[in-house]
Design a protein around this ligand. Structure first.
Ligand SMILES: Cc1cn([C@H]2C[C@H](O)[C@@H](COP(=O)(O)OP(=O)(O)O[C@H]3O[C@H](C)C(=O)[C@H](O)[C@H]3O)O2)c(=O)[nH]c1=O
Length: 184
């Protein structure tokens, strides 16, 4: 497993060791000890999520506020997504900045999105299957949404096509009006 801290260092790209033989491949998609050794984080994951998206679907930018903030460990089992994390911790030197990584079934890459970040992805292939672990349970009352194309954030999505959004996501707030985290 390899860990790479991105331009916002709290967001980490992880790449598992892939073992191939004449039958196919095997890799440990999650290992608590390795995760702790590579990230220095001691997180317990309590929920696994699985979504399937048509090409052009954009889910996000979502987050849960305290008392139910969620760290997410995201990977792709089929197809490809552009996965984005936005720092929404007021007081952070990278507040309002974003990082994005291409995650795919082929590259096996994963993204650790910490609590305090909004998360979203654009499905780049038909039927993109995204699996992710979360560090707290789903809490709709704590959930918030920031609009995907907020000019203040300026995410450069890898498609000029208008994405397919849920009604909820289409009504996402701009960062300037959103409830955000306060960096301790
Ligand atoms: C997130 C979640 C949703 N649901 C129910 C609520 C709705 O009836 C249905 C679809 O929910 P939603 O439209 O919020 O799903 P996504 O748009 O994929 O939301 C997720 O997408 C972005 C990328 C995220 O980072 C979050 O994990 C999450 O917000 O599943 C549950 O029952 N449990 C859950 O944990």
């Amino acid at each position: 497993m390899k860990a790479t801290r991105l331009a916002i260092p709290d967001v980490i790209r992880l790449e598992p060791r892939v073992l191939g033989d004449d039958r196919g491949v095997f890799f440990e998609s999650f290992n608590q000890r390795l995760f702790r050794e590579l990230t220095g984080l001691d997180r317990q994951f309590v929920q696994d999520n699985h979504s399937v998206s048509a090409r052009g679907v954009l889910r996000g930018l979502h987050y849960q506020l305290p008392p139910n903030p969620q760290g997410k460990l995201v990977r792709v089992a089929r197809g490809e997504i552009f996965d984005v994390a936005v720092d929404i911790r007021r007081g952070s030197p990278t507040f309002g900045r974003w990082v994005g990584e291409t995650l795919s079934a082929e590259n096996h890459a994963q993204l650790w999105v910490p609590e305090g970040f909004a998360h979203g992805f654009l499905a780049l292939t038909e039927g993109a299957e995204v699996l992710y672990k979360t560090t707290d349970f789903y809490a709709p009352a704590s959930e918030r949404c920031i609009i995907w194309d907020d000019p203040e954030i300026g995410i450069v999505w890898p498609s000029s096509a208008t994405p397919r959004l849920s009604p909820k996501d289409a009504l996402g707030r701009r960062l300037a009006e959103a409830d955000v985290f306060e960096l301790a």
